[in-house]
Ligand binder design. Structure first.
Ligand SMILES: Cc1cc2nc3c(=O)[nH]c(=O)nc-3n(C[C@H](O)[C@H](O)[C@H](O)COP(=O)(O)O)c2cc1C
Length: 401
């Protein structure tokens, strides 16, 4: 590394975006783009981040803030921070047994880990690695028998919360994956290019394909014939997404799941009311991290109206674009009880494994602590829209037009 007087040494990551840069260097391009990318022109992906940046905190001083408690109560659990590691598919391709590493880091920080259906490590492997059982994420699937089997497995390891993802009736196009020939039938040249991309990342090869085996889908084995290879898996997944799904399917899951039920992928107050009617305990205001329909509102923009519509009746969570603890405080101020993070933990685990995820959570905790203190709060109990700088704007118009 060359020393440049005008730049920091850059040897100690300080933020989530530093971990993004480390992940970019460590991962094959096709994998980095899978994590980093969004749907279509990535307008919503960018808006998730930039709209959050435009929300301003209201600094107030000289309030006694000597004891501060960032913990919150979510779905019957006390979380050390209003942060949850959200479901991220294919985690075990980013680092060796990455779901286990991330789940351990989450446990150390006192926050939940949500196991994606399409994880490399199965739910039993993740549950064995820690004291507190992971939450489980399920898609609405065509194959009810298989969905039920997964619910029983989650129940058997003691998952307290099911996160049912409902914004995948069809799959949005991610152009980066097309360009990298990750989707579609690759030409011979594309296969060679993908091989060269992998060959250029020996540290990742050692960590994942060599030491991180087996690279199969832990929740799909035995239940899904032929799901052992990525291509067979993709075919199976595509077949499982069902554009005919309705709220009746949520009611079916409600009947078959005894724990808390949260639906993820609500972006409209009308849908939030329907979720309430379907008997869920909570919703996640989410646009799938800008990976599904592009040109929909950022989640920070959609959140206030949804929280106003149902926030006093069910628990409202939110995700999308959270990169700092200050973002967490802003989302809570706008009506979320807690937030889910996706890319933040994916980049951290890819870059530095469990230690990376622990560090990212520690950085968020420290950010939150300062943000609470300088907005005059000692806990999240008092964090509402009055913690945001509104410059005379009427409530709800926190974002500049
Ligand atoms: C690489 C990647 C894989 C994802 N896989 C899943 C998944 O398997 N199930 C799911 O419900 N959401 C999935 N998501 C969406 C996340 O749970 C979450 O909604 C999103 O990442 C939040 O935005 P953020 O990445 O800006 O934090 C995935 C997101 C990413 C980035």
């Amino acid at each position: 590394m060359r020393f440049r007087a005008d730049r920091p040494l850059g040897v100690a990551p300080a933020t989530v975006l530093d971990y993004r840069e480390l992940a970019r260097r460590r991962l094959p391009r096709q994998l980095f783009d899978y994590i980093d990318g969004g749907a279509y022109e990535e307008t919503t992906l960018r808006a998730n981040v930039s709209d959050l940046e435009r929300v301003l905190l209201r600094q107030v001083v000289m309030r006694d803030v000597s004891t501060r408690d960032p913990s919150v109560e979510v779905l019957g659990q006390r979380l050390a921070l209003p942060v949850i590691l959200g479901p991220v598919g294919l985690g075990g391709m980013f680092a060796r047994r990455a779901e286990v590493q991330a789940a351990r880091a989450a446990e150390a920080a006192g926050v939940p880990f949500v196991e994606s259906t399409v994880s490399i490590c199965g739910i039993e492997e993740v549950a064995r690695a820690k004291q507190t059982p992971p939450w489980f994420q399920l898609y609405v699937m065509r194959d009810r028998g298989y969905a039920e089997d997964l619910l029983r497995r989650a129940e058997a390891v003691g998952s307290p919360v099911l996160v049912l993802t409902i914004d995948l009736a069809v799959v949005g196009a991610r152009h980066r994956d097309t360009r990298n020939a990750v989707v579609g039938a690759p030409s011979t040249w594309a296969k060679i290019a993908r091989g060269l991309d992998i060959a250029a990342h020996p540290a990742w090869i050692r960590d994942v394909p060599v030491n991180g085996k087996p690279l199969t889908f832990g929740n799909l084995e035995n239940a899904v014939p032929g799901a052992r290879t990525p291509d067979a898996f993709k075919e199976w997944v595509d077949d499982q997404f069902d554009p005919s799904v309705t709220w009746d399917d949520v009611a079916w899951v409600r009947e078959h799941w005894n724990g808390r039920l949260v639906v993820k992928g609500v972006l409209d107050p009308e849908d939030a009311r329907m979720a309430l009617d379907a008997g869920v305990d909570g919703i996640v205001v989410s646009n799938h991290g800008g990976r599904q329909l592009d040109s929909v509102p950022s989640t920070v923009r959609a959140l206030p109206a949804i929280a106003d519509a149902v926030g006093d009746q069910i628990e409202v969570l939110a995700d999308g674009g959270i990169r700092t603890g200050l973002d967490v405080v802003k989302m809570v101020a706008l009506g979320a009880r807690a937030v889910l993070i996706g890319r933040a933990w994916a980049w951290a685990v890819a870059a530095r494994g469990e230690a990376g995820v622990r560090h990212v959570l520690e950085v968020m905790r420290a950010d939150i602590d300062v943000a609470l203190a300088l907005t005059g709060q000692t806990s999240f109990a008092g964090v509402d829209r009055s913690a945001l700088y509104q410059a005379g704007a009427p409530a709800g118009q926190i974002l500049p037009a």
